[in-house]
Design a protein around this ligand. Structure first.
Ligand SMILES: Cc1cc2nc3c(=O)[nH]c(=O)nc-3n(C[C@H](O)[C@H](O)[C@H](O)COP(=O)(O)OP(=O)(O)OC[C@H]3O[C@@H](n4cnc5c(N)ncnc54)[C@H](O)[C@@H]3O)c2cc1C
Length: 370
């Protein structure tokens, strides 16, 4: 049985684990421990890959705002192509979505109210009669998730980090000032354990003898359908029902359509519920003149939320050198640059820029400990 001595063991090699590994490798001996035989197999590989400033609560918006310049100023040797490209986001509300529309307008920055005519000009397949209100956010961006994730893994490896795959953490105990972690691929000793296990964050805590925080994985699915014939969909914005009954975006010449469901589930390798997908596609067809005759491909992923729907990043006051980086919900890619930096600095016990420092209490796991 192999034994690895490290300073920091990061459990989970999705975007969260890869980001914090890239921050810390070089200054510390880092080992990234992944249960699957490849990194990015779960939520990170299944997202809609969109960056929306006006999404989530105030803490999430602050993390997204802090992430934007980090995406834009990313190291060109690591990321030769831009990580963000302009997409735009069009919200449409039916008569039953007007309250949500008003809520959105009241809380949003850079969201412009438009009329149904302009909405249909932007996306000609929208049913004009189904639009009671609409708004447009120019600044929504597509994210190159694979480039970001692979770039961070490359950076971490180049700085000496080891990525262990097919290595589920089975159990861990804090003994003699170190975490001793058991996996089928070997035993790891590390001073600090970072829990970046996505939907399994509470399960990992349990296996480490640490009290759980009440994380809830929520399933969301996506269908790929053919683009409507004869239309150039490439520059269409992402279109979302203001009441979150569906959304769709063009991607590689196809339409990706999501029922935008949030169904609480146990952590698992998520798969589509055909009935939920069919109901979502029905709602989509009520708003859009695109008959769905065939679903070419579909998948589901888990968006994992803490009880207050704010991510958790910080050392657990109740467990020695146990750091949480979890609960990123539906915003884990767009907030990853700022959250990775914040987590890296907290683990180093180093200072943070003022905008991130202000978020530390809202992100701390201590908010759930009485
Ligand atoms: C349909 C859908 C659309 C989304 N769209 C967007 C979007 O447009 N923009 C956005 O910002 N976010 C979006 N998200 C959310 C985003 O995908 C997640 O917030 C993000 O990927 C979470 O990253 P993570 O690294 O925490 O989790 P994951 O990518 O799931 O990584 C966690 C890793 O931990 C590993 N692990 C778990 N248990 C163990 C163990 N015991 N031992 C070792 N390893 C373990 C898992 O195998 C997994 O690889 C979407 C999510 C879904 C499902």
């Amino acid at each position: 049985m192999r034994t690895i001595d490290a300073d920091i063991a990061i459990i989970g090699a999705g975007i969260a684990g890869a980001g914090v590994a890239a921050e810390l490798a070089g200054d510390f001996k880092v080992v990234l421990v992944e249960q699957e035989d490849r990194a990015g197999y779960h939520s990170t590989g299944r997202s809609a890959a969109i960056f929306i400033r006006n999404y989530g609560n105030a803490t999430i918006r602050a993390l997204s705002n802090a992430s934007a310049p980090l995406f834009e100023g990313a190291d060109r040797t690591l990321f030769p192509q831009p990580l963000l490209t302009q997409r735009g986001l069009l919200y449409v509300a039916g008569a039953d979505g007007l309250d949500k529309h008003r809520e959105l307008m009241a809380s949003a920055d850079g969201l412009r109210e438009i009329d149904a005519g302009e909405a249909v000009e932007k996306v000609p397949v929208l049913r004009r009669e189904a639009i009671a209100a609409a708004a447009y956010e120019e600044d929504a961006q597509d994210i190159d998730v694979a480039a970001l994730h692979e770039g961070w893994l490359r950076k971490a490896r180049a700085a000496g980090a080891e990525v262990l795959t097919a290595a589920p953490l089975l159990s861990a105990a804090h003994e003699g000032g170190n975490w001793r972690i058991e996996t089928p691929a070997g035993r790891i000793t590390a001073k600090i354990l970072v829990n970046a296990a996505g939907a399994w964050a509470d399960k990992v805590a349990e296996r480490c003898g640490v009290a759980t925080l009440g994380m809830t994985p929520m399933r969301r699915s996506m269908a790929v359908i053919a683009a409507p014939a004869g239309l150039d969909i490439g520059r269409w914005p992402l279109v979302a029902d203001a009441a979150e009954g569906w959304y769709f975006k063009p991607e590689a010449g196809k339409l990706f359509v999501s029922p935008a469901e949030e169904i609480p589930v146990e952590p698992h390798d998520a798969y589509v519920d055909d009935m939920v997908l069919a109901e979502g596609l029905y709602r989509f067809e009520q708003a859009v003149d695109v008959p769905v005759t065939r679903v070419e491909r579909s998948w589901a992923g888990l968006r994992t939320f803490a009880p207050d729907r704010t991510p958790v990043a910080g050392f657990d006051a109740a467990a020695a050198n146990f750091f949480w980086l979890a609960g990123q919900g539906g915003y884990g890619i767009q907030t990853a640059p700022a959250l990775s930096h914040l987590a890296g600095q907290l683990i180093r016990r180093a200072s943070l820029p003022g905008d991130l420092e202000a978020l530390v209490p809202a992100l701390s796991p201590d908010r759930f400990r009485s």
